[in-house]
Design a protein around this ligand. Structure first.
Ligand code: NAD
Length: 486
């Protein structure tokens, strides 16, 4: 049982503004596994005030990149030292199996941004048009105070994906974590407290949509970085639009995994199925629409069903478990609701659809495969966010591309088959990421969505640029301006 009674604001573990606590239950056992203060509006103001002061008056935003990189590496070491505890907490509070998400496995992300920042210049001199203007310094300034809002499906990784580039850019950050998974976040802040002697540069709030909404509307926040549902993303975009606040949104997906007619089923199907159901299906990039050639439909379904039935379901802390419980009763209700919707629309359950036998507690659901799905059905168009695959037959490759692109969402995708052919198909997909015979995501690569899957790209060098504003300092002709690294 982890019991945190303070909030991390302005570089110290301080008394929260109210006695209200968030109680965290393991979604596998439903036992209470921890508690922490539930932030309220006053705490939001305290955290933003601290971040604002740190940014405007503190040293962090003015440090050379190399020094910020040094501190990021120290933070990585402190998180790594807590690796065993984080590896326990992540499956415990999120139900995401250890096989897919741990605390320590995200630490290299800090090193990636430390190295990237260290190697990049924040200023360059650009020549003006001859006879018209002198040179200019193009400067990448830190974006300011960042509100980083994260979901529960990767309690460490989701935070570090925002924190590492934002810190490297010189921003100060208020992290708002989902109420379901605040425990690992508190351990991360212990590491921050030990290694970053810059009060207010990182602050943590744990709570729900209400304080999230207060945070994204706060006049002292310069950029909102949000990962979560498309519905919440649209509300946040509207609020930020009103104030012209910068915002990047990483939202939901209903991604297609296309099995090409010549695909080798022995290699393709285990990978496709894994990336349809990984993270309990609670992964934004899950390949939940499985597009199969109509001529091979029955054979493919038989094999997918066999694979799905063989997946170990159970304790998310057990390294051999593939599927753990869903995050909450509400989330299981939503996914079960989509199975019912699919049936009503004419789809059939090929396997699953119920609760796993022999498991009496926890928000478990059998991995489920729906067949006879048409792409116009709600179950094929809306994100269920659970272990639910929809098999959709296609006539030819043009038809597969049409079906894949016919979606309100456009986050990810996969193409399985001969590499050249699969790559040609990938280039026709209107989606932010495509894996060829693999999942293919990495934090060196930009990630984000087309259409209603989001705005902007996290990760990679593009992820650092998110947290920078461009400034241009122009000079008269004949000047020779010098650049600086801070
Ligand atoms: P959610 O949108 O309900 O909540 C996400 C976070 O935002 C939480 O911290 C929540 O408290 C807060 N929040 C909710 N409504 C808000 C509002 N109106 N204003 C401000 N804050 C608000 O999402 P969830 O159920 O926690 O997470 C699942 C969703 O996240 C799925 O749709 C999934 O696809 C998406 N997701 C996307 C990515 C990506 O990179 N694109 C990654 C992971 C998850």
């Amino acid at each position: 049982m982890r019991d945190y009674d303070r909030i991390f604001v302005d570089g110290v573990w301080d008394t929260p503004s109210s006695d209200t606590k968030l109680t965290v239950r393991s979604p596998a056992t439903l036992e209470i596994v921890g508690q922490c203060p539930q932030a309220n509006e006053t705490d939001v103001h305290r955290a933003v005030r601290a971040a604002r002061r740190a940014f405007d008056e503190g040293a962090w935003s003015r440090l050379p990149m190399s020094e910020r990189a040094h501190h990021l590496r120290a933070l990585a070491a402190a998180i790594e030292a807590r690796g065993a505890l984080l590896d326990k907490l992540v499956p415990l509070e999120s139900g995401i199996p250890r096989m897919f998400s741990s605390g320590s496995s995200s630490v290299p992300l800090l090193h990636y941004y430390a190295d990237l920042g260290d190697a990049s210049d924040i200023e360059e001199v650009r020549a003006g048009r001859p006879g018209a203007s002198g040179p200019a310094i193009i400067r990448r300034c830190p974006a300011g105070v960042v509100a980083a809002l994260t979901p529960w499906n990767g309690p460490v990784m989701q935070i570090l994906m925002k924190l590492a580039p934002a810190l490297m850019a010189g921003c100060s950050v208020v992290v708002k974590v989902a109420p379901e998974t605040p425990l690992a976040a508190h351990e991360l802040m212990q590491a921050v407290a030990e290694t970053l002697p810059f009060p207010g540069v990182v602050n943590l709030l744990a709570g729900g949509a209400d304080i999230g909404a207060t945070l994204v509307r706060h006049p002292d926040v310069d950029r909102v970085s949000f990962t979560g549902s498309t519905k919440a993303g649209a509300e946040i975009a509207a609020a930020c639009g009103h104030d012209l606040r910068r915002v990047n949104l990483e939202l939901g997906g209903k991604s297609a995994g296309i099995l090409l007619p010549d695909a080798d089923l022995d290699t393709a199907l285990p990978t496709l199925t894994t990336f349809g159901l990984f993270f309990n299906g609670e992964a934004c990039s899950a390949l939940t629409r499985v597009l199969v050639p109509a001529a091979r439909h029955d054979e493919v379904v038989e094999r997918i069903v066999a694979i799905v039935r063989s997946l170990p379901v159970g304790d998310p802390s057990d390294p051999s478990t593939f599927l753990g419980p869903l995050i909450s009763e509400r989330q299981r209700d939503i996914v079960e609701g989509y199975i019912a919707i699919g049936r009503d629309e004419g789809a059939k359950v090929a396997t699953g659809g119920g609760r796993p036998e022999g498991i009496t507690t926890g928000w478990f659901l059998e991995p489920t495969v729906l067949i006879d799905v048409d792409n116009s059905m709600r179950v094929a168009r809306e994100e269920a966010f659970g272990p639910l695959l929809c098999v959709i037959p296609y006539d030819d490759v043009d038809d597969a591309v049409r079906i894949a692109n016919d979606s309100p969402l456009g986050l990810a995708g996969g193409v399985f088959g001969p590499e050249d052919e699969a790559t040609a198909v990938a280039r026709r997909l209107r989606t932010g990421h495509v894996g060829i015979n693999c999942q293919g995501q990495d934090w060196c690569f930009p990630f984000g969505g087309f259409r209603r899957s989001g705005i902007g790209r996290e990760m990679g060098a593009e992820g650092l640029e998110l947290y920078q504003e461009l400034q241009c300092i122009g000079f008269p002709e004949g000047s020779r301006p010098a650049t600086t690294r801070s």
